[in-house]
Structures are given as C-alpha cells and as structure tokens.
Design a binder for this molecule. Structure first.
Ligand code: H2B
Length: 93
C-alpha cells in the first residue's frame, strides 16, 4: 500500500496539463480522429495492466478523459503520479 500524498506533494508532483479534482487527478487528451483516441485508450489500458493500477478511461468523440485515484488507499498516491507520467510519455511518443 502506497502512502497518501499531501496537498503540497500532489501540487509539486502533478505533471503539466493534469488537474487535481478531489481524490483524483485528471487529464483530457483531445484527438481529431475518433479511432486514434480509441487506440490511445487501448494503450493506456495496457500500461494500467502492466502497472496493475487502473484509471477510469472515458472515450468521447472529441477525446479521451483519464481519471486516476488509488482506490485501496482512498486518495492520491505515488502510483497515480507514476501512471500519469507513463501516460504522458505514451502520448508524447
Ligand atoms: C484488489 C485491487 O483492485 C488491486 O490490488 C488493484 C487493481 N488496480 C487498482 N487501480 C487503482 N486505481 N487503484 C487501486 O487501488 C487498484 N488496486
């Protein structure tokens, strides 16, 4: 079990373009092609399986929303920050 991060730690470690919403960190990735978004969601799912840390993935016509929280700990942990960083690197690849 990872430790819950403090408000200051979350603020300091949140990757660029990610927002904090209560017990979750959130990012919307916009795509101008629906199936490119679907493909990105698939890649996020593969990262989640590899990390065994699973985001909520919302597939919309205009883009993909990723919501991360650590359910077992009941808040935001290093696992969420690490997942956000891995997803960012996948998006930038
Ligand atoms: C039993 C529990 O669901 C598993 O240990 C993993 C699976 N994936 C998970 N994903 C997320 N986001 N939070 C968890 O606490 C979590 N736990």
């Amino acid at each position: 079990m990872a430790d819950l991060l403090s408000d200051e730690e979350i603020e300091a470690q949140l990757p660029a373009d990610w927002d904090r919403e209560g017990d979750e960190i959130v990012r919307v990735y916009e795509f101008d092609d629906y199936l490119r978004g679907v493909n990105f969601a698939q890649m996020v799912g593969e990262i989640a399986e590899a990390q065994f840390h699973h985001p909520e993935i919302i597939i919309r016509y205009a883009g993909i929303e990723i919501r991360l929280t650590s359910h077992e700990e009941g808040g935001i942990t290093e696992n969420d920050i690490e997942m956000a960083e891995l997803i960012e690197s996948e998006h930038d690849a």
